[in-house]
Design a protein around this ligand. Sequence first.
Ligand SMILES: NC(=O)c1ccc[n+]([C@@H]2O[C@H](COP(=O)([O-])OP(=O)(O)OC[C@H]3O[C@@H](n4cnc5c(N)ncnc54)[C@H](O)[C@@H]3O)[C@@H](O)[C@H]2O)c1
Length: 283
Amino acid sequence: MERMLVVGAGTMGAQIAMVCALAGHDTTVTDLTDDALARAESSLRSRLDRDVAKGRRTRDDVDDAFARLTFTTDLVGTASTADLVIEAAVEKLDVKREVFARLDKLAPPHAILTTNSSAIMSSQLADATGRPDRVANMHFFNPALVMRCVEVLGTDEATVEAVVDLARRLGKEPVVLHKEIPGFVANRILGAASDEAIFLLEQGVASVEDIDAACRTALGYPMGPFELMDLTGIDIGYHAKLARHAVTGDPRDLPSRTVTELVERGDLGRKTGKGFYSYEDER
Ligand SMILES: NC(=O)c1ccc[n+]([C@@H]2O[C@H](COP(=O)([O-])OP(=O)(O)OC[C@H]3O[C@@H](n4cnc5c(N)ncnc54)[C@H](O)[C@@H]3O)[C@@H](O)[C@H]2O)c1
């Protein structure tokens, strides 16, 4: 597996493409517009310049990686030579199914088509292609240049093995799921901690501040669940829960009363100046 194609140059796609290029792969990253690609390249350049300045990478490694990385809107011209595709386009099932159907027509028959989706499972995309056994989830974490975990999920053993092997060669630590489950592993555990924190709050057991403090000081979490929900955006977790409930129908997958109230009030965390905490002073 030599040539990588990353579809979507947003928050995840740009960094995933750079992870591949840094590991020595000829990599192409595509998006819908030149503007999106220019933003991706400029954010990668400033991030990697910072890494060089801090001594985390050498200038030569970074220059070599950029030389292996192509930014283009021409999906047709590039998919035909890809050995493995990582789709990191917007989190919409219809968009992803359309991308997979197109990739299936354009990519060589041996190519593996993966999605970086956090919620959409490969079985929801596999039947949009004529190669369902070569479709898999390859789920990186944000920021992809830093986080080591990659969750891998697929129905065909050889495909899963190939993706696991690639993840290792990218310097990541693959985690293999033996069956499909919405949310996969890491985000389910994260979600369970958040749910329990909200349960304790709703029961009046302890304050937001003290529950976060317990997680930091007793469990060694870098930040408490409420701080993290405020940072990622309370609406993100809310919509993820609704999406999970739509698949499972399990009432435990519905968003909590507290989170629903915050979303309805527009208190979405740091980005709106208020969530579980207030950030008005920082603003
Ligand atoms: N942001 C995260 O923390 C995170 C973490 C892990 C996984 N993911 C997953 O990664 C994927 C991308 O998320 P993101 O945060 O990078 O989104 P983003 O909105 O930052 O980027 C998505 C990019 O895809 C492009 N795009 C949309 N339709 C396209 C198409 N048909 N062809 C090519 N490009 C297209 C958009 O122009 C945009 O640049 C999602 O599936 C998400 O679930 C996100």
